[in-house]
Design a binder for this molecule. Sequence first.
Ligand SMILES: Nc1ncnc2c1ncn2[C@@H]1O[C@H](COP(=O)(O)OP(=O)(O)OP(=O)(O)O)[C@@H](O)[C@H]1O
Length: 626
Amino acid sequence: MARSDSFFSTISAKKPRPDGKPALTVRERFSALKNLPAFLRLIWQTSPALALGNMALRLLRAALPVAMLYVGQLILDSVVQLSRQPAEARQLTPVLTLVALEFGLAVFSDVLGRGVALLDSLLGDLFANQSSIRLMQHAAELDLDQFEDSAFYDKLERARRQTLSRTVLMSQVLSQAQDFITMGFLAVGLTAFNPWLLLLLLVAVVPAFLGESHFNERSYSLVHGWTPERRELDYLRQTGASDETAKEVKIFGLSGFLIDRFRTLSDDFYLKNKDLVIRRAGWGAFFAAVGAAGYYAAYVYIISETVRGRVSIGQLTFLAGSFARMRGLLEGILSRFSAVAEGALYLQDFFDFFRLKPRIIRADDARTVRPFPRPIQQGFQFENVGFKYRNAEKWALRNLSFQLQAGEKLALVGENGAGKTTLVKLLARLYDPTEGRILLDGHDLREYDPAELRQEIGVIFQDFVRFQLPAGQNLAVGRIEEQGNQPRIEQAARQSLADSVIAKLPGGYEQMIGRRFNGGVDLSGGEWQKIALGRAYMRDAQLLILDEPTAALDARAEYEVFQRFKELTQGKTAVLISHRFSTVRMADRILVIENGQFQEIGSHEELLAKGGRYAELFRLQAAGYQ
Ligand SMILES: Nc1ncnc2c1ncn2[C@@H]1O[C@H](COP(=O)(O)OP(=O)(O)OP(=O)(O)O)[C@@H](O)[C@H]1O
């Protein structure tokens, strides 16, 4: 932000924001307030009872300041009157009753204040929890390809950061309403005395409001524009100090490199922010002085009216008290208004995230959704399939046509980056083809319900997740509905050879695995792989896909895994991705892909006899063993 950027200039002109976009105008800032009704609806839905209770207490509390000031006025006037009476005629009881009343009101106001704070905190906690749940639910509905878009990630990040700060916004909006009501009560008293005092009040307070609101917009722009960098800062913080990365950070001596990058980014942000907060403090002090001048001008006026005998001492305290109170309230309301407007700007990100819609969804009209074939009759047909990742220049797959027959075991072979995993992701409809189509039993895959399709498919990816969960649950994630079915979990463990891994764990199936949590035991790469393989056996899937499932297994385990796999998937369709030809040759047919293009397909013997790419790769690997 340029140093010459004065406060008043941005009110009229659009200045570039730190992220290069023009600064928000006052109108844009106000228009963000349109998000508030939807926000209040969300709060109401969180707990109507708590929301209602909160509003009722606030309403009551709003009336108390004017009541207390009025009782104060009565007390003072009574005291002055008493002091003018002869000593023997002085009756203290009425004054003491008034003092007792004021005391009662003070205690009541305090109790109400605590009640409001309590309900705010309960409602805020519930709201934050429900927002986090909604966020997770919505993220789960979105497409994989949306997660690979950095603009999406920025939105997700901002929405996630805001679930907690939105509870502050909730209190602010409710306090705003409460203070408005209090102001209304006080304004009646002040206007009755002299309406000009109200005008004086506005003159004293409005500049401070404009200043606050300007700096709030600046700070939103700064934070918003810095989302990618703040994401990188989080990433660096995590990479520099986490169990997952500690090994390589140490071996490669990366901590200096990571810290330098962190320092550069964080210093840059600090300097930009410092500039802003210093100017904010300077202008803030100036506007506070303007406000104080307005208050003292009014005070002098009220005092002079008292001296001239036009108002009583009690009225003097009532008016001075009302004016001071109203100045505080108005300042609070106005500066809170800009905080609320700022919060509403952030809300925009929150709602924007929820407006993102997945594309891979079930057809709206239930009649057009095709029931999934049980069993699959013909299999999957790739028709001229092409796929390009979001923002990628080059095609990951192109012009791919072949048939995956029902009950067939198909192996995919190709060099790194050839497109094997991409093909599998298209089968599971994690993405839809960019061109061409995939048919299942003669119908486009898009005609089936994606949820049903995924139920019928069991995929173990090469980068499977190492869930920090007990061993049994780590297997059960393959079919989480069966997490209570111990015999089934144990059977899957036997089938994937994970049973011998679990037998060695001190806690058996209950043993927490992974290092993140207390008492967790880590496993070797191959041991993790056996657990992950077990997830495939937890499913009753018609199509099983194993993407390099044995890369970390020793030769004997690999042989055994595949013997079992063949037996256990009798009659089922399966796709295997492997770089080991000893595994690949067990498949009925092998599809060779090169640079995303179909190369050849056939059985091991056929392809060897053909003497093409497969034969070349096979001989290359075989030569390595000689
Ligand atoms: N999420 C992604 N976004 C952009 N490009 C991607 C993405 N995933 C893969 N690619 C690119 O698509 C191409 C095919 O990748 P794919 O993962 O399908 O290869 P693969 O044959 O499975 O490789 P490997 O044997 O290394 O696992 C590669 O050029 C890769 O860089």
